[in-house]
Design a protein around this ligand. Structure first.
Ligand SMILES: Nc1nc2c(c(=O)[nH]1)N[C@H]1C(S)=C(S)[C@@H](COP(=O)(O)O)O[C@H]1N2
Ligand SMILES: [Mo]
Length: 529
């Protein structure tokens, strides 16, 4: 079993190294992406809710656990004389990986890059499992040297006495301990070396790719965020979300690392003139800088999948005007490098809002996790219908002519962001000091703007919170609320009203199909200290 596991480890490590070098999918990830694509909605909702961003590592671990168990069984079979079966199992697993690498979404564009990691894994698996299997020789008929007894040959019955000829299966299998140790150590070294190489050597295309791209100076810069947009209450969300803290939602296990020199965007479909843009072509156009708060449709009431950043990009409307949209089109189908599709209403891209193809986030090239080199950002729409990361294809079309990745999985075709508010302080289930107290949080209603936030203490009246300065109608807005906390348990509830006069609904809805609703509340205790 140890031999089988070590053989599998070596194969996976070699595959991982080749994946890092080629940018192709590690077979474990190819299987994982398929699991993601095929998991039923409720399973995925559960994973997003309960596991958050830990879902990806856990999926990888889960797949590896299955592999390790099968590999251990293969090793066991080898030790019982089933050497061919063991090698066959290794080959079978390798072929499964190869098959998934062919069918799964992947950021690898060339066929060879796409297949090489699985081919390397397959070959290493077969070779290492045969090496392990060769450790277990059927008991040789030659007499043993006396000094081997009980040491290097286990299961030998006596001092070279003739054993009764057993059938092939029952024949005890020789176990060459030294050879076993040498084989296992050698494979272990191969595995460890492969794994370590991806960590310490610059094999994985890294920061150098991002550094190739210089953040351009926008012709139309954003105005400074008003200092009063950030309230000064410990524990409240920062107005500008740092890139490293920005929530991340996508469906890949390995983040695409696109070489900006290779990137190209094709704009086509129901247009008068097709356009192909390199990154330089794109940033040579008019650039705007805007603060926009992104929100995920999977965010539960009070949840963390919302963030605010300063983006630089090219207005989508400019590009649409350039290519000339034909009559009858009502949608844009955008595709990311791995083949994931997103459908956006054409109206949201042409109605004057700041829909952009973004190349910078908070003054930096987009982080790989957030779509380097180019992603779409559309204020007022949930990310799954607008915020295509690693975008490479932009097709003007009609909703009736396609269906996008998430809509195929039960989410609405159109999804404007619902007005929402969240209490950051006090934290739920915390203990605060009785007496004059301060609550604070954020509210958002992108495209409409937040007009009012109100807070209710226990079952009391709605009372107005103090709104922090507004940056834009596309950004979230902070609020504070002072009250006198009497000793005991309390509940605070918050609600926002947008500038269209619409009060945030108290009606509870789950994220699926078009965003959660309901009011956020926190329960806590006030104590005299
Ligand atoms: N290529 C790609 N783009 C994507 C997604 C994805 O899975 N793949 N997820 C979308 C969703 S659901 C959201 S909420 C936003 C999240 O963007 P972020 O990860 O930069 O916060 O990206 C959107 N763009
Ligand atoms: Mo999302």
């Amino acid at each position: 079993m140890v031999g089988g596991v070590v053989a599998a480890g070596a194969a996976l490590a070699v595959g991982y190294l080749v994946a890092a070098v080629t940018g192709g999918p590690w077979p474990v990830d190819a299987v994982g992406v398929q699991v993601i694509d095929l998991s039923p909605g409720p399973v995925k909702d559960w994973a997003v809710r309960e596991l958050g961003t830990a879902d990806r590592p856990l999926l990888r671990v889960g797949i590896c656990v299955v592999l390790v168990v099968v590999a251990a069984v293969a090793g066991l079979i080898a030790s019982r004389g089933g050497r061919r079966i063991a090698v066959g199992l290794a080959a079978g697993l390798g072929l499964v990986g190869l098959a998934f690498a062919i069918i799964s979404r992947s950021a690898a564009t060339g066929l060879l890059d796409r297949l090489l990691p699985s081919i390397a894994t397959l070959l290493t698996a077969v070779i290492s499992m045969s090496l392990v299997a060769q450790v277990f020789k059927p008991e040789s008929p030659q007499p043993h040297k006396p000094w081997q007894l009980g040491r290097e040959v286990a299961g030998s019955a006596g001092l070279g006495e003739e054993e009764p000829p057993a059938s092939e299966n029952e024949r005890p299998v020789g176990f060459d301990r030294r050879r076993f140790l040498v084989t296992v150590s050698a494979l272990g070294v191969v595995g460890a070396a492969g794994w370590t190489a991806t960590r310490v050597l610059p094999v994985r295309a890294g920061e150098a790719l991002r550094e190739k791209f210089r953040v351009p100076v926008p012709g139309d810069p954003a105005s400074a965020v008003p200092a009063a947009a950030q309230v000064d209450v410990p524990g409240v969300t920062r107005f500008a979300t740092p890139n490293a803290k920005f929530y991340r939602v996508d469906t890949l296990l390995e983040v695409p690392r696109i070489d900006p020199d290779d990137w190209e965007l094709r704009i086509h479909g129901m247009v008068d003139k097709e356009l192909r843009l390199s990154l330089k072509d794109l940033v040579d156009r008019r650039l705007v800088e805007r603060d926009i708060t992104l929100t995920c449709v999977s965010n539960e009431v009070g949840g963390p999948y919302v963030g605010n950043a300063r983006w630089i990009g090219v207005p989508v409307a400019d590009l649409l005007a350039e290519v000339g949209v034909r009559a009858g089109a009502d949608a844009v189908k955008s595709t990311s490098i791995d083949g994931l599709t997103i459908g956006t209403p054409l109206a949201a891209l042409t109605d004057g809002r700041d829909a952009i193809l973004a190349v910078a986030m908070n003054g930096e090239p987009l982080p790989f996790e957030h779509g380097f080199p180019v992603r779409m950002v559309v204020p007022g729409l949930y990310g799954y219908v607008s915020a295509t990361k690693w975008i490479v294809d932009f097709e003007v079309t009609r909703f009736q002519d396609f269906s996008a990745y998430w809509t195929d999985r039960g989410w609405s075709v159109e999804a404007p962001i619902k007005t929402a508010s969240r209490i950051d302080v006090p934290k739920g289930l915390s203990t605060i000091k009785a007496g004059p107290a301060m609550a604070a949080g954020v509210a958002w209603a992108q495209q409409r703007g937040v007009d009012k936030v109100e807070v209710r203490v226990d079952d009391g009246e709605w009372q107005p919170a103090v709104l922090a300065a507004e940056d834009t109608i596309d950004t979230w807005r902070q609020w504070t609320f002072r009250w006198n906390a009497t000793p005991g348990m309390h509940r605070l509830t918050v609600r926002a009203t947008d500038k269209a006069g619409e009060v945030q609904t108290a009606a509870q809805a789950a994220p699926r199909p078009n965003g959660s609703s309901g009011l956020h509340d926190v329960v806590f205790t006030a104590e005299e200290i």
